[in-house]
Design a protein around this ligand. Structure first.
Ligand SMILES: [Fe+2]
Length: 127
């Protein structure tokens, strides 16, 4: 089982000192707070908010996943050329059909040098 990095696991002091490192690897979920049952809605995941991640041959974001609790909903793989070999922020949109019950979404990102990272969970109410 790989170690999964999450910014909540560190002290506030360390978080401030290494905020660029944490920011550039941590995925964020952008989606509605509430959707209707059966509605198709967009879930966007961005990796990094204030800092870019390298897009080098041996160091890049190679995978982004979207989970609803323990169920994998979507996965997108990247090569370093997705950022044209330059620093940048991976961003992906998925279109998901709302299930019968409310969701608890989590995004994962994988850096080829710095491992697996998780987002903050994002609750989506289904009405
Ligand atoms: Fe990295």
């Amino acid at each position: 089982m790989p170690r999964v990095f999450r910014p909540v696991d560190i002290t506030q002091e360390e978080k401030e000192i290494r905020k660029d490192y944490f920011d550039r690897h941590t995925p964020r979920i952008l989606c509605p707070e509430s959707v209707r049952r059966g509605e198709v809605f967009r879930v966007q995941v961005q990796v990094g908010e204030h800092y870019t991640h390298p897009g080098e041959t041996d160091h890049y974001i190679g995978l982004v996943q979207l989970w609803n609790r323990e169920t994998l909903l979507a996965e997108t793989r990247y090569s370093p050329q997705a950022l044209a070999g330059k620093p940048g922020n991976i961003q992906v949109d998925w279109y998901i059909t709302a299930p019968e019950v409310s969701m608890n979404l989590t995004a994962m990102s994988y850096c080829t040098q710095h491992g697996l990272w998780t987002s903050e969970p994002r609750a989506v109410k289904v009405v």
